[in-house]
Every structure is written in structure tokens, then in C-alpha cells.
Design a protein around this ligand. Structure first.
Ligand code: ADP
Ligand code: MG
Length: 230
């Protein structure tokens, strides 16, 4: 099964942290992710970018670099003819940051619509007392500035997941306050539930963060993930 393979592979490489190479795990649980692929050459990066309409996002993929933007490891709005340079630059930045970093490649990804979309976070960590705790909050700058998050013990029912989307301080933003486009709250609710199921099915998953889960009026897309396995 897809999820088990992904979790086994990380153990084989002697690591317990995964980044966007684990996106297949989200696919397996029916959580929408942007089009894209992980490649290990500029030529392949170009081929993936040409298969995606419009500009793309390119990200370094390494278990040693899980906060990619911190090292300039995320390039947003890359045109087809910029892909080669972007690829080389990402690899250079990663090598400069940590010469012996385990580089798995570069992810080339469809752009999510951040103009009409809201960046949210869905996460989980295992609390010694309560067990798996699902977390939901606003993403982007909001998460650090406002610490606007809420928690429920997994498994999370539909009504509990909906409560999570209603009780954060910035909930009105999701519903379209101040002329914003309303987010697909049903899509968020479904995503929280599906992830709660994933956590129940795989006790080896110790914690994870989907940041951001971009919620537009038309749906949601998980554009970034990191997780830790036992
Ligand atoms: P990290 O959290 O490791 O720095 P992310 O993949 O979350 O890396 O990318 C950082 C930021 O770049 C995101 O919070 C988002 O604002 C933007 N971004 C990343 N991927 C996309 C995408 N596919 N479409 C639009 N914006 C993106
Ligand atoms: Mg992120």
C-alpha cells in the first residue's frame, strides 16, 4: 500500500523526517494536492514545468531542509524559461547551507491561487496524555503573529472538524469577511477528517504539518507537508 511504502522508505534511508516527498500519502487519503513531480535534473524539471499551465513553484526536497524558505529553497512564479536557472540555484543554496545534506531533488509544482485563497494549517502531534491531537489554524504570517490555532483529540468527527473552522479568531476571514473570497470550508472539514483517519491508521506517524493548506472558494490544496515518523 502506498502509505506503508512511503513510511518504509524513510526508515530505509535511516531518517525519521519527511517533507514533500511524502505527498503521495495525502493523495492516498484523497486530499487534493497541486500537480507536479520531484525531479533530479534541470531537463526533467523543464519537462514537468512545460506540462503545467502557467508559472510553477520550485522547491528543494531534502529531509535535512524542512524549512525550505529559510534557505531560499522555494521559488514562486517560475516561468518555463527560468526553470533551468532556478533548478541550479536551488541545488547551490542547499549545498551552501549544508554540504552533506541529503538532496532528494527538486519539486516542480503547479501554483495555488493565493489571490483568492487563504493559507491554513492542519497538523497533528501526539500528546502523552491525550494521544493524537489534530490542530487547525490560519497559515502564513497569521500563525506566528496571532497564534490562532485550535485542537481536538483524534479521531475527529465532522461536527468537531467544523467547530475547529468556526472557533479560531480569524474564522470570519474564511467566511469571506472584508471583501475576501470565502474559503471552501467543507473542503477543510473533509481534509481534517481524512487526516485524522490517516493518523488513526498509522500510529507510526508521530507528528505532521500541512502548511499551507490553501483554501480557495473552489476547493483546497495541500501544497506543503512535513512529518516525523517513529
Ligand atoms: P516551507 O514551509 O518549507 O518554507 P512551502 O512549500 O510551505 O515551504 O513554501 C513556502 C511558501 O511559499 C508557502 O507558505 C506559500 O506562501 C508559498 N508557496 C509554496 N508552494 C506554493 C504553491 N504551489 N502555490 C503558491 N504558493 C506557494
Ligand atoms: Mg510550508
Amino acid at each position: 500500500e502506498a502509505v506503508r511504502d512511503i513510511l518504509e522508505r524513510v526508515k530505509d534511508r535511516g531518517d525519521n523526517r519527511l517533507g514533500v516527498e511524502a505527498m503521495g500519502l495525502l493523495e492516498a487519503y484523497g486530499i487534493p494536492i497541486p500537480d507536479g513531480d520531484i525531479v533530479d535534473s534541470p531537463e526533467d524539471a523543464r519537462a514537468v514545468a512545460e506540462g503545467i499551465e502557467g508559472d510553477v513553484v520550485m522547491k528543494i526536497v531534502s529531509p535535512d531542509i524542512l524549512h525550505k524558505s529559510d534557505i531560499g529553497g522555494v521559488k514562486v512564479g517560475v516561468a518555463d524559461d527560468e526553470v533551468d536557472d532556478a533548478y541550479e540555484d536551488l541545488i547551490t543554496r542547499a549545498r551552501n547551507y549544508q554540504p552533506d545534506a541529503n538532496l532528494l531533488g527538486v519539486q516542480v509544482q503547479e501554483m495555488a491561487d493565493l489571490d483568492s485563497g487563504t493559507e491554513t494549517i492542519v497538523g497533528m502531534n501526539r500528546d502523552p496524555q491525550f494521544g493524537p491531537l489534530m490542530m487547525f489554524g490560519l497559515g502564513g504570517i497569521f500563525v506566528e503573529v496571532l497564534e490562532d490555532t485550535t485542537f481536538r483529540v483524534a479521531p475527529v468527527s465532522e461536527s468537531e472538524a467544523r467547530e475547529m473552522t468556526e472557533e479560531i479568531k480569524t474564522a470570519p476571514l474564511l467566511r469571506g469577511a472584508r471583501g475576501r473570497d470565502p474559503a471552501d470550508v467543507d473542503g477543510i472539514v473533509e481534509t481534517i477528517q481524512r487526516l485524522s483517519q490517516l493518523v488513526a491508521d498509522f500510529p507510526a506517524i508521530m507528528e505532521f504539518d500541512i502548511n499551507p493548506l490553501v483554501a480557495t472558494p473552489d476547493g483546497v490544496a495541500a501544497v506543503d507537508i512535513r512529518l516525523t515518523v517513529d
